[in-house]
Design a protein around this ligand. Structure first.
Ligand code: NDP
Length: 490
């Protein structure tokens, strides 16, 4: 094990990171963080109660209103964010290994995730000096008028994150918030809090003032609710399931907080007859099995033309059958465990429901190994297009359900027949078809001839029940600032 990781894990109970230090728990409750590949406990993390969340919010509010952070020039913020990105990059090995241990993903993917976080911090470092307003023409009588707008930090941000890409979530929320001059209270998922705590520790080394970044580990019912209900938090940025998003939206609206909700998806993969079928099976398999299918933009509903249905499915099944399951730390592993026992049970229940609904299992459908939360990569063929749970619900696991379609109108109707609207991937060699379908599919991000891509400059936001607002790109800058108008009579 990496020495830094060993040292980090040697302190068995971790507290919240508030105002630049790890604080001792005032709460009695602690949650075990379990390695999903071995089922062994790695560490315990305290559940931050209302009092701890309040301490974190007060520290963040002080920095926002009167602290060093509030006085720091934009180019100094840029410099600190760049330094932070460099330090995260230097610590790639430790962060990636800790991520594999708490989450289960492949080490190669964990390293890519750290690299994506580094890119995100560098990207938003650049934005810190480029936030601007406009001059506005007004038609007011009674004097000469000059009017302009400016963007100000939205305030103390409360961030609530899921477990699927913990390091990326940390970067997606903290980097733009800081670039805009906000301060933050961040709750990682109770399943994967360790990497956020290590990242916060690193922020101290680069000189980001104490109280700008605060990490409050804990569960949704205690810590998450204390964040959404705190009156000094001006904006909630939430990523997670649509069910939780609805509760958080309601709670935020009661206090008239701003909120952004990045929610779930049951994303369609639309394969046209004119697609390059030498690339489709590999692309579709990557789109569902990457990160064990625990990606909000995973393509989990596959629509194939009738005449290509059996052959394409056989090719995808053959890729799935060759995937070696095992610990993410083993470099031969192609599919790790799902994140937790609860999630394993949820995914297996869906697979069982699919079998009970008489949906054909083309491959997989079982548990692998006696120990660890390993689910076989599973392909269902729903040839009669039945409205069964494996075809309609977000499973968030390595499970794909394929359905045949007869023509493009039929395909579009089926692809859009869902309450979700997060992503879609379209496979075609015809540019006209690509543009036509990209316009007609109701989803926030469309991938043409690829799947599961992300770039800090490319906004991500859901349509329909998949969310409100967008993250990344310039959208995040708008989301973490408030527009102020100034009107001068001279
Ligand atoms: P959950 O909705 O279960 O939880 C997300 C976060 O919300 C966790 O930190 C959780 O705490 C917290 N939470 C739960 N209940 C409350 C509450 N009442 N008040 C405040 N906070 C609460 O999602 P998962 O963690 O299971 O993540 C998977 C989901 O995230 C999937 O639906 C996936 O699609 C979605 N997702 C969406 C993305 C997007 O960009 N659109 C990206 C990644 C994931 P706790 O620690 O107790 O779980």
């Amino acid at each position: 094990m990496n020495k830094e990781v060993q040292q980090f894990l040697s302190n068995k109970t971790k507290g919240a990171f508030i105002n630049g230090k790890f604080v001792n728990a005032t709460s009695e409750k602690a949650i075990a963080v379990v390695n999903p590949a071995t089922e062994e406990t790695l560490s315990e993390v305290v559940v931050s109660n209302k009092e701890l969340v309040n301490e974190a919010v007060q520290a963040a509010n002080h920095q926002l209103e009167n602290g060093d952070w509030s006085k720091l020039l934009a180019n100094k913020k840029e410099y600190l964010l760049l330094k932070y990105a460099d330090l995260i990059e230097e610590n790639t090995s430790a962060l990636a290994e800790l991520l594999v241990l708490e989450h289960g993903k492949l080490l190669s993917d964990a390293k890519k995730e750290v690299s994506a976080a580094v890119n995100c911090f560098r990207y938003y470092a650049g934005w810190a000096t480029k936030i601007e307003g406009s001059t506005i023409d007004v038609s007011l009588s009674g004097g000469n008028h000059f009017a302009y707008t400016k963007r100000e930090p939205v305030g103390v941000v409360g961030a609530i994150a899921p477990w699927n890409v913990p390091i990326m979530m940390y970067a997606w929320k903290i980097a733009p918030a800081l670039a805009c001059g906000c301060t933050i209270v961040f709750k990682p998922s109770e399943e994967t809090p360790l990497t956020s705590l290590l990242l916060a520790e690193l922020s101290k080394e680069v000189g980001i003032p104490d109280g700008v970044i605060n990490i409050v580990p804990g569960d949704g019912a205690t810590t998450g609710q204390a964040i959404t209900n705190h009156p000094l938090i001006s904006k909630i940025t939430f990523t997670g399931s649509s069910a939780t998003g609805r509760i958080i939206g309601q709670n935020s609206a009661k206090l008239l907080k701003e909120f952004t909700l990045e929610l779930g998806g049951k994303n369609p993969v639309l394969v046209l007859d004119d697609a390059d079928f030498s690339k489709v099976p590999g692309g579709v398999a990557k789109g569902i099995f990457y990160n064990q299918g625990q990606v909000c933009v995973s393509g989990s509903r596959l629509y194939l033309p009738k005449n290509k249905f059996d052959n394409t499915l056989a090719d995808i099944a053959s890729i799935a059958e060759k995937m070696k399951l095992g610990s993410g730390l083993d470099e031969n592993t192609k599919l790790g465990p799902v994140v937790s026992k609860d999630h394993f049970n949820k995914v297996m229940n869906y697979i069982d429901e699919g079998k009970q609904d008489s949906i054909e299992v083309v491959t997989g459908g079982g548990r692998a190994f006696d120990k660890g939360y390993f689910v076989e990569p599973t392909v269902f063929a729903n040839t009669d297009n039945k409205a069964v749970s494996v075809a309609t619900d977000e499973i968030f696991g390595p499970v794909i359900t394929a359905m045949p379609y007869s023509n493009v109108d039929d395909l579009l109707e089926k692809a859009n027949a869902t309450e979700y609207g997060l992503s879609a991937s379209i496979w075609t060699s015809n540019l006209g078809n690509a543009h036509y379908l990209a316009d007609k599919v109701k989803a926030g991000i469309i991938y043409i001839n690829s799947a599961v891509r992300s770039d800090p400059n490319l906004p991500l936001g859901g349509f329909k029940q998949s969310g409100i607002g967008s993250e990344l790109g310039k959208s995040a800058i708008n989301g973490f600032t408030k527009l102020k108008s100034v009107c001068i009579n001279y």
